[in-house]
Design a protein around this ligand. Sequence first.
Ligand code: BTN
Length: 267
Amino acid sequence: MDREARLRRALLTRGPAWPAPLEWRGSLSSTNDVLKAKARLGTPEWAGVLADTQTGGRGREGRAWASPPGGLYLSVLLRPRFEQVGLVPLAAGVVVAEVAGEYGVEARVKWPNDVLVRGRKLAGVLTESSSSSRGVDWVVVGVGVNVAVDQASLGPLAETATSLHLEADRPPAVEDVAAGVLARLSVWYDALEGRPSQVVDAWRARAVPWWGQPAQVRTTQGVLRGTLRDVDETGALLVDREEGGVQRVLSGEVTQLRPTGPDSRDT
Ligand code: BTN
């Protein structure tokens, strides 16, 4: 049975048949790029693209995403009809942390959607969207999870990365992790439509406990220093600035300034 068939079978153990095409390729540039091209051609909501490896995997803030064999590289298409599209990345982080939990791995989310285990990066999420005068037309949710990636193949990133195979008591198959991510995302999607505050609450409950601690946030406008206060109902990060006042941050990279404890390793 090929990977696509194993994925569909794993999805069936979690709910109804998946409602859209799922394409699992050997190697491609980036699952996000391939799915974005399909989105522009009108492919339906919940269509997915997966790959064994990516040659041009992309991360947040213009970084590359190392994509050796053994990882999950998955992109899924949403065509949201709800307002709070800014919460999709947070929901995706919660989803991956939940799936890690199914394998006995306690994962935490770092704003906006890094997934860490003992301070090491397990997974990342890159969401990309397209809008028109009608609002947001589509969102591609790209998820990369180190499932069984050989640490040595990550080069210098191995220092700050971990994998489900290193952390879990029963190491999962990539197809099963993919099915978990898709199935849990569809559950949280319903919450995004009807009860978005539940998504924020779930995210807070799994966040690294950095609230009230000094941090630096690198944004496109510059570097901001202060203490981390909370996230608001749209998913923006609230920072009490060193020089006074609260700053709402929509996108950026958070670094803890005086790290303490196992969730504190900077990534
Ligand atoms: C990050 O932490 O910077 C986000 C990483 C997101 C990587 C995934 S892998 C599947 C999808 N395709 C990509 O090119 N990127 C995302």
